[in-house]
Design a protein around this ligand. Sequence first.
Ligand code: MG
Length: 179
Amino acid sequence: MARICVDMDEVMADTVAAHIHRYNHDFNENLRAADLDGKWLWQVVPSDRIDRLSAYLDEPDFFADLPLMPEAQRVMERLSAEHELFIASAAMEVPRSFNAKYRWLQQHFPFVPQSQFVFCGTKAILHADYLVDDNPRQLRAFTGKGLLFSSPHNVNVDAGAHGWTRLADWLAVEAFFFS
Ligand SMILES: [Mg+2]
């Protein structure tokens, strides 16, 4: 049995899709996730729109309505049956998101006990065998084996050069732990 930590945003939840959806709606744009091509969302929008982009994260329903990543629930449930599974979110980056994130996790992942939710700042504090995360900064801080979950902003990151394994989606997560 391994101890596995899984990030929430852009791993369990398609946060960037929700963010782009609001941006396109408000600015009458047609940005797609693929257009990010190695950049974070705030790196591709005009600088005078960044404040608005940040403000979406403080809206009470933003983290409550996030779409699920395909297969995340099924594979998480399978992992939880055989491993010690924690959800580790750097929620301190958006402190007003705590309540909505908590409710979202309880709603969609009821099989993970709330004692295994970790809302943290840096993931350097985690003591686990694996961390599944899209953010290279958090994987660099983590002391166990990093599993880089593919996201539009990290497509150009060389996971192997950092000692990480890239996992394209939840089917790849499943294959990593069960084959
Ligand atoms: Mg993330």
